[in-house]
Design a protein around this ligand. Structure first.
Ligand SMILES: C[S@@+](CC[C@H](N)C(=O)[O-])C[C@H]1O[C@@H](n2cnc3c(N)ncnc32)[C@H](O)[C@@H]1O
Length: 278
């Protein structure tokens, strides 16, 4: 086989074979430089992710608008329910939104890594009388798709969204995809006049922060991506250094086993009051 394939195709076939043999979640001891030598780490800005989001959007929107429990995520293969992690994520977001809104009838929200705006649909369904000035920042392909399906909301794929302030800034299952997570957290904190919600991301209690890969082919995404599993104390120390005041910690019930990891990852989240008052 090797003799009949050009070298780049051989490398690609080898990587494909390797990814099929490998666990979905795996510790990457060498850290973020792993992506330099592994072309299968294509990250999130790939067409197959948009294609899956597009295929599922109508069913997700219909399910959210119904009166059923929100026990499904937009990533569920079918919206059959029974996903208590998704339910915890949706209800936690509902609590956060209610806490931030108080008795106000409108608020501004920056959804960092918000995909095509699934949480805008959740917000509308949970608080139909709340007027939301919704801004979503994601990578170019998803931001473009979001602007197509929610043309009245604001989508961006650059940091211009950080030039203004919001009542609520949230990063739900997204901060850990940034190698420079401290810098991103700092900029999100700066953009929040009221609250910052860093939701549903992997933390480890009894080991230093580490990098892992998720091989996401099972979800129809032809990609793999790296992420941080941050040490919980390290994350909270950085948040405190930035002047963020913890209001509530959340747990969702999701703890995927990461092959060869130095500790057990558990998805947690935090609502902070941000220091900015203007
Ligand atoms: C697991 S999805 C979460 C989507 C949504 N926030 C939710 O909770 O359902 C991760 C999201 O983070 C986005 N993302 C990854 N890296 C990013 C970056 N550097 N800047 C902004 N968004 C990013 C991905 O494109 C994707 O939409």
């Amino acid at each position: 086989m090797r003799t009949i394939l050009p070298p780049f195709l051989w490398d690609f076939a080898l990587h494909l074979w390797h990814s099929q043999q490998s666990p979905e979640w795996e510790h990457i001891p060498e850290g973020w430089t792993y992506a330099d030598t592994h072309p299968e780490i294509a990250g999130w800005d790939v067409q197959s992710v948009v294609d899956v989001y597009r295929a599922k959007w109508p069913a997700f929107a219909a399910a959210v608008q119904s009166r059923r429990p929100l026990d499904f995520s937009h990533e569920s293969p079918a919206f059959t329910g029974g996903d208590l992690n998704a339910h915890n994520a949706a209800m936690t977001f509902g609590y956060v939104l209610g806490r931030v809104a108080g008795d106000r009838s409108s608020l501004s929200l920056l959804d960092w890594g918000g995909g095509s705006g699934h949480y805008f649909l959740l917000a509308q369904a949970l608080y139909p009388d709340l007027s939301l000035d919704y801004h979503c920042r994601d990578l170019p392909l998803l931001a473009d798709y979001g602007a197509q399906v929610l043309p009245e909301q604001t989508f961006s794929s650059d940091d211009s969204c950080l030039e203004r302030r919001y009542d609520l800034v949230m990063a739900n299952t997204s901060l850990h995809y940034s190698q420079a997570w401290r810098a991103v957290l700092g900029r999100l904190a700066q953009a929040a006049t009221g609250f910052l919600y860093v939701g549903n991301f992997p933390l480890v209690a009894d080991a230093p922060s580490f990098v892992f890969v998720q091989r996401a082919q099972a979800y129809g995404y032809a990609t793999e991506y790296l992420g941080w599993c941050l040490n919980r104390d390290e994350f909270l120390e950085e948040a405190a250094r930035l002047g963020l005041a913890l209001q509530r910690e959340f747990v969702y019930g999701y703890a995927p086993p990461i092959h060869n990891a130095p500790g057990q990852a558990e998805y947690r989240g935090f609502l902070f009051r941000a220091g900015n008052t203007d």
